[in-house]
Design a protein around this ligand. Structure first.
Ligand code: PHE
Length: 370
């Protein structure tokens, strides 16, 4: 076996190698421009298996007389590389931060983006105003079902089947179960319909509450209508009902006049005209001076200067009895108004279909802050 002198690395080779590591390290560092690259250069030179580390191990095997000089050189190279790595790392980090800040810059002077909050539909704004006015008069608000029975919607309101006045309320019927599928739709046998007005809730209120009764009843109603700019199969009413021991037409008139002034202004002119409803006797139509032309005469009021805003009257004795109250003891008045036309007039909207469409570009114009 070869028992010759140990295979010592030549010190000249080591010196050259150290200088090469120094030169190559410094050159590579000058080219790096991101912190991760500086990190991997550091471990490639000074880490456990780095090039300089490997050379240090070899110096341990060099001629003993050469080792101190080689060691000094190696330390000098290591110190220079470490210092340069640290400097470069600082510079490269600062540059990276500046690039990131520039990319993520926030324009503090840009206007804020508004929070997209919804608002009430203009019809509901109108409904709330009516409710609030009557609330101020001491009325409470109740509601009733949109799907009613023929009995409540008509019969108990003194409108018998086949009575000609039913033509006033063209009805949408709920179909008898199975009849649509069988290809022969017909009205439900139990008389289920969509309510044509809020008046059936009068009966419900009389049954549920004890006089004195003082309620307003807002709600959605339905009629079998050909839809056009002024008509819809679906619309909104507010009903009013007062039942007490001594309630007169004068109370009705005073209440409606106070309502009209609260809604349309203190100068609003009002008038009663005779009307007809099977469930009130006497019945009236209540007019206010045209809200568009203030009485001058314009297309909106058919040049009369007046607009009918509601129907009303003294609750018919038969209706009181159908509500479970004794007409010898109690009298009452009732009124019913539509919200749709009122809302069109208020905003100058020419067509109901705009109001009932769900186009936000249109509806968002009418928030009234609510
Ligand atoms: N219910 C009637 C309608 O829809 C309005 C009305 C209500 C009239 C109450 C008199 C009393 O036309």
């Amino acid at each position: 076996m070869n028992q010759g002198a140990p295979d010592r690395p030549s010190s000249d080779d080591l010196r050259i190698a150290l200088e090469e590591v120094r030169a190559a390290g410094l050159a590579a560092l000058a080219q790096t421009d991101d912190p991760a690259a500086v990190g991997s250069l550091r471990s490639g030179l000074l880490g456990r298996s780095g090039r300089l580390t490997a050379l240090l191990r070899e110096i341990a095997h060099a001629q003993p007389s050469e080792r101190p000089a080689l060691g000094r050189l190696a330390n000098e190279v290591r110190a220079e590389l470490e210092a340069t790595l640290d400097d470069r790392q600082r510079v490269v980090r600062r540059e990276a931060l500046q690039r990131q800040l520039a990319a993520e810059a926030i324009d503090m002077t840009a206007p804020g983006r508004p929070v997209a909050a919804g608002h009430l539909h203009p019809l509901m704004t109108a409904e709330r105003e009516v409710r609030e006015i009557f609330h101020g008069f001491g009325f409470e608000v109740i509601e009733g079902p949109e799907i009613e029975t023929d009995e409540m919607n008509f019969e108990r309101l003194n409108i018998p089947p086949d009575h000609p006045s039913r033509d006033l309320w063209d009805t949408l019927y709920v179909a008898e179960p199975g009849s649509v599928e069988a290809g022969a739709p017909r009205p439900a046998e139990d008389g289920t319909i969509l309510r044509t007005h809020t008046s059936p809730v009068q009966i419900r209120a009389m049954k549920a509450l004890k006089p004195p009764i003082r309620v307003v009843i807002p709600g959605r109603c339905f009629r079998y209508e050909a839809v056009d700019a002024g008509h819809n199969f679906e619309f909104f009413q507010v009903e009013g009902l007062v039942v007490d021991r001594e309630t007169s037409l004068a109370d009705l008139k005073g209440t409606l006049e106070a309502y009209a002034r609260a809604m349309y202004g203190p100068e609003t002119r009002t008038r009663f005209r005779p009307g007809y409803y099977p469930f009130t006797e006497p019945s009236v139509a209540f007019d206010v001076g045209c809200v568009v032309c203030a009485g001058e005469g314009c297309p909106a009021c058919q040049r009369t200067g007046w607009m009918t805003i509601l129907g009303a009257g003294m609750v018919h004795p038969v209706v009181l009895r159908n509500g479970g109250l004794d007409p010898e003891l109690y009298q009452g008045y009732a009124f019913g108004m539509g919200l749709d036309r009122m809302t069109l007039l208020r905003y100058g909207i020419p067509d109901l279909r705009l109001l009932m469409g769900s186009d936000l570009r249109f509806l968002e114009q009418f928030s009234d802050g609510r």
